[in-house]
Design a protein around this ligand. Structure first.
Ligand code: DOR
Ligand code: ZN
Length: 342
């Protein structure tokens, strides 16, 4: 049987939600990943260090082996003082920029990015990483163009104005996103999800409307998927694992106005292994999953290991979620690599 042993990986972009939903999904992440960068788009958002530490304690209560690394949700009211406080706390490692209206629970996000300059200066000064949802929000911009437009119109000028800032372009979905990261120095990194590496936008419409393939940024053309796969399997250390696993109840997805988000956490590492295997680059999976992220954040790699086996791992059609169910990525199918229990 073929096996693959890696340093234990981390998930550098994860939605865990709260309450009963948190309790339902967090154990799947701690079964595989040592650390997770936890997104702050709760209702209300995680805005302060106090919010983040309280949320962290709720996560630890249901997933005690996971080391949750917290992010603050930037708003129009975030101050340089909030940043200094966050940077002084080892459990808070980043702040998240949601352009207002870009995605789930982003209403309280930033409406005037130029006005954020003093906050970004403080982040650069204190070494707090900026994680970016990179899409413009104007309704007249084609949804498939929103990432590329954001890079040109918002992120390029932002990075130029704040050259000392560490920036992660999250869930990159386009060749332009890949090129943006590659064109910058080591202070600009990028995460890539399993779904954007495995699917193109045809998967949204295969035999009918597929709500479980809908996420933001939305899936793109095949040429973009190929650019992403080439980037992550090519060994560039600026790309690292971030699932963007984003659970929503089955009914909220299978709806006349379905929520954005793909729930991949329980099978994510095996899904990434498929991508690296297809590229003949399984020897580079460890860098992407376990080494590049910690290096970017200035943290040590994990001491432990995980082992994958080349053996079909069946994906259930649904999993329990709060008082309802959640449909995971590739529900009813199988993943080619299975993670052995730790
Ligand atoms: O598809 C997505 N779901 N994209 C995001 O940016 C947010 C996420 C969520 O929180 O559900
Ligand atoms: Zn996300």
């Amino acid at each position: 049987m073929r096996t693959l042993t890696l340093r234990q990986p981390d998930d550098w972009h994860l939605h865990l939600r709260d309450g009963a939903a948190l309790a339902a999904v967090a154990p799947a992440t701690e079964a595989v990943f040592a650390r997770a960068l936890v997104m702050p788009n709760l209702k209300p958002p995680v805005r302060t260090v106090a919010d983040a530490l309280a949320y962290r304690a709720r996560i630890k209560a249901v997933a005690p082996r996971l080391d949750p690394l917290m992010t603050l949700y930037l708003t129009d009211h975030t101050t340089p003082g909030d940043i200094a406080e966050a940077a002084a706390h080892p459990h808070v490692v980043a702040a998240k920029l949601y352009p207002a209206g870009a995605t789930t629970n982003s209403d309280a996000g930033v409406t005037d990015i130029a006005a954020l300059a003093p906050v970004l200066d403080a982040m650069a000064e204190h070494g707090l990483t900026l994680c970016v949802h990179g899409e413009v929000t104007q309704s007249d911009v084609d949804v498939f163009d929103r990432e590329a437009r954001f890079l040109d119109e918002v992120l390029a000028p932002l990075v130029a104005r704040h050259p000392g800032l560490k920036v992660v372009l999250e869930h990159i979905t386009t060749a332009e996103g890949v090129a943006f990261v590659q064109a910058h120095a080591a202070n600009v990194g990028g995460t890539v999800t399993p779904q954007h590496l495995l699917l193109n936008r045809n998967a949204l419409f295969e035999g009918g409307l597929r709500p479980h393939h809908y996420c933001l940024p939305v899936l793109k053309r095949e040429r973009h998927r190929q650019a992403l796969a080439a980037a992550v399997t090519g060994g560039d250390p600026r790309f690292f694992l971030g699932t963007d696993s984003a659970p929503h109840a089955q009914g909220a997805k299978e709806s006349a106005c379905g929520c954005a988000g793909v729930y991949s956490a329980p099978f994510a590492l095996g899904l990434y292994a498929e991508v690296f295997e297809a590229a003949g680059a399984l020897d580079r999976l460890e860098s992407f999953a376990s080494l590049n992220g910690p290096a970017f954040y200035g943290l040590p790699a994990n001491a432990g290991t995980v082992t994958l086996v080349r053996e079909a791992d069946p994906v259930p059609t649904a999993l329990p979620f709060d008082d309802t169910r959640i449909v995971p990525f590739r529900a009813g199918g199988a993943v080619a690599w299975r993670v052995l229990p730790r």
